[in-house]
Design a protein around this ligand. Structure first.
Ligand SMILES: [Zn+2]
Ligand SMILES: [Zn+2]
Length: 272
């Protein structure tokens, strides 16, 4: 089916049972039908009310998901998580390597303000003051690759942008939820939510500490031959735009994705 906007420009239907909600600069996904649905990622800080509005639009008043699945724990993907968990009392599933960052035990390396194309100066006023703590509600994604509350989906470990970053894939319609493994927005246009151009690009530069792992993760995702993809930043993408874009990114990863300079860029990463 074609991807259509429903209700508002911020909500895009990507499959019968999958909606992408753009919350400021980041995307969340609603996956499933009224009887069984989950939330993938939890948006920007202070977005609880906005998320609840979308829940009501899609699933009706008082609707509650089976779980929240986190692609990773960066602040722009977990913003409403604590409040949502308090409201719903449901489990939050994440990769084991991401759990220390979700339970207040570890902090991510500070975003690199020196990186080429970095957005830190522009988004730093959005950063939360406190790291998130979901202790007591965090569960580990099952070892067998299944995704709780999302029958037919598998999770894949796609580190690089974050150590426990995961992507979600449904084989039946080749639909990929890529988190920040790659984006569909130019690095210097992350704040332009309404941008017209959609192009496959690397993960957000200011937050990516391991470019080698990130490249391997993009290769892994391209090998799935996804037909549609929802990324953490930028518009959903499908068909030739996605196939050609991923091919281009895989073939020119260092040129397209890896910044020319920045504290997480080592010489080895940028060799031609
Ligand atoms: Zn991220
Ligand atoms: Zn992000």
């Amino acid at each position: 089916m074609p991807m259509t906007s429903v209700q508002s420009g911020n909500l895009t239907q990507v499959a019968d049972d999958v909606h992408c909600f753009t919350n400021q600069i980041v995307n969340l996904c609603f996956v499933g039908n009224v009887d069984n649905w989950v939330l993938v990622d939890a948006g920007m800080p202070r977005s609880f009310n906005k998320v609840m509005e979308q829940v009501e639009t899609l699933y009706g008043e008082g609707a509650k998901p089976k779980a929240i699945i986190l692609t990773h724990g960066h602040f722009d993907h977990v913003g409403a998580a604590e409040e949502l968990v308090k409201k719903w009392n449901i489990p939050v599933f994440a990769h084991p390597l991401e759990v220390p960052f979700l339970t207040g035990k570890e902090s991510y390396p500070f975003p690199d303000p020196s990186v080429e194309g970095g957005m830190v100066a522009k988004i730093s006023d959005l950063f939360p003051e406190e790291p998130i703590n979901l202790n007591g509600n965090i569960s580990l994604l099952p070892n067998d690759g299944t995704v709780p509350g999302m029958p037919g989906w598998k999770w894949l470990h796609t580190p690089g942008h974050a150590p426990g970053h995961v992507s979600l894939f449904r084989d039946s319609d080749k639909l990929l939820i890529a988190g920040d493994a790659f984006t569909t927005v130019k690095q210097d246009e992350l704040l332009k939510v309404m941008m017209q151009t959609v192009e496959v690009n690397g993960p957000p530069r200011y937050f990516t500490p391991d470019w080698k792992a990130s490249e391997a993760s993009v290769q892994k995702l391209a090998a799935l031959h996804p037909e549609k993809a929802i990324t953490g930043h930028g518009r959903p993408i499908s068909g030739d735009d996605l196939t050609a874009g991923l091919q281009k990114l895989v073939g020119n990863f260092k040129k397209i994705a890896v910044p020319d300079y920045g504290k997480y860029v080592k010489g080895e990463n940028k060799e031609e």
